[in-house]
Design a protein around this ligand. Structure first.
Ligand SMILES: C=C(NCc1c(COP(=O)(O)O)cnc(C)c1O)C(=O)O
Length: 419
């Protein structure tokens, strides 16, 4: 029988039952109005119960806020809930060394094995508060100690802006941002020194499966999107340094949980040292929560309750709807992605990228995100990715409301071309 957890469970269920008209949700720690957490509405929806659609409100397709998976977890409420006691893991200690949960590490390895998207045998695993924290941990770990010149950190455009922003923010003693790979691809090996190359595969913003351009010794493969939600899995990733994040596989961006799979023990030890000195590991509350989520994914794997079946169906539908709208346009074009055999689904699957990488083709449309903003669509400008401003990124992984509004605005914009 349950006793002390009963009121916690009752409170959680009562808040979860607040409907918010299906255009929002209430959280236990939501802002209280008359003692009740308010509904937190999807963009363009307002009112105490999120029932009002604001007229002329722009569709917000800017961030990769992964709420496309929220319905999945609502459909798995019982198996994915976690109640933890007021005294859960007060100690700094964890079951494993270096502030790692043994069970969570084990289940992450089981997840990669079940999905077949990464080799983890014989590799070390480091947790981070979001993969964001691991990006700099690994730049630090791959930077040479007391070298005469700092390591040069690079990426191929278009690239995820955080790589540059973080590298520029932290102390550059051992590393500094040295721009895009195209500047260096023909440099003489001698002048190369120590390069650390970020490779995002599938890429953010355009969804392409990429390999290292410089072929140097230190490459950080960011596989945030290397899951069947967003791409076919042609083979398990098998690189020296690979990064993953719960944000994009379970959709729990706010739990702040990422992990790195590292082949070289010295690199692992330096990344671990960074995590110890930076935050003394990842919140144990988060580790418990993510363990529960991974257990659900494994239990439901490949069944009709499978998260990848749900996720891929969602992203695939969104991509094909947007592609259909853009296919009738002369003004806009989308990135070309081809169907590919997927070892997870065991068949060839059509593209289902997290983001649309839209190009404005008309001579005068030099600022694509401005053209879209004019039509009531908020996008992420191409320049943010060090790409031409003729491009703009549209997020396809937010709520269904967000994508419906985006599609409506895009259809209206394209249909105006005919007149
Ligand atoms: C949310 C977005 N990006 C998250 C992201 C991250 C950060 O994920 P976190 O684990 O949530 O910190 C890391 N790597 C890549 C390639 C990413 O795209 C975005 O681009 O809008």
């Amino acid at each position: 029988t349950i006793s002390w957890s009963e009121s916690a469970a009752a409170e959680a269920e009562a808040i979860a039952a607040i409907p918010c008209s299906g255009h929002g949700r209430a959280y236990l720690d939501g802002i209280l109005v008359d003692g009740v957490p308010t509904c937190e509405c999807n963009t363009c929806y307002a009112g105490a119960d999120c029932s009002q659609l604001l007229p002329d409100c722009p569709a917000d397709a800017d961030s990769g806020d992964p709420l496309f998976l929220e319905p999945y977890w609502q459909q798995h409420a019982a198996s994915s809930a976690v109640v933890f006691s007021g005294w859960h893991r007060m100690s700094y200690r964890t079951t494993g060394d270096y502030f790692i949960s043994v069970e969570l590490e084990k289940h992450i390895r089981l997840l990669h094995e079940a999905v077949g998207n990464a080799v983890t045998d014989g590799r070390f695993i480091v947790f981070g508060s979001g993969s964001t924290q691991l990006l700099n941990a690994l730049v630090y770990a791959l930077s040479p100690e007391n070298a005469s010149t700092p390591a040069s950190v690079v990426a191929t455009a278009p690239y995820y802006a955080l790589y540059k922003l973080q590298t520029d923010l932290f102390d550059r003693r051992e590393y500094e941002w040295k721009g895009v790979t195209s500047k260096w691809v023909n440099a003489s090996v001698a002048s190369m020194g120590n390069f650390i190359e970020f490779v995002t595969s599938p890429n953010n913003p355009d969804g392409r499966l990429l390999q290292s351009v410089l072929g140097g010794s230190s490459v950080i493969y960011d596989h945030a999107y290397y899951w069947p939600h967003f791409t076919a899995i042609p083979a398990p990733a098998d690189e020296d340094v690979m990064i993953f994040t719960a944000s994009k596989v379970t959709g729990h961006a706010s739990s702040r949980f990422g992990w790195a799979v590292i082949k070289d023990e010295k690199v692992y030890q330096k990344a671990t040292e960074y995590m110890q000195l930076n935050t003394m590991g990842v919140s144990r509350d988060t580790q418990l929560r993510v363990l529960k989520l991974v257990k659900v994914m494994l239990a439901e794997m490949r069944g009709e309750g499978g998260i990848f079946e749900f996720g891929h169906k969602t992203t695939r539908e969104r991509w094909s709807k947007l592609s259909k709208v853009i296919s009738s346009s002369n003004r806009f074009s989308l990135q070309q992605l081809s169907p590919l055999y997927c070892t997870y689904f065991k068949k060839i699957i059509d593209p289902s990228p997290a983001y649309a990488w839209l190009k404005c083709e008309m001579e005068g449309d030099v600022d694509c995100s401005a053209v879209l903003r004019e039509a009531g669509i908020i996008s992420r400008a191409g320049a943010v990715f060090e790409a031409s401003s003729r491009y703009a990124r549209l997020s396809l992984i937010k709520t269904q409301d967000d994508v419906d509004l985006l599609l409506q605005r895009m259809e209206a914009l394209v249909s105006k071309e005919d007149v």
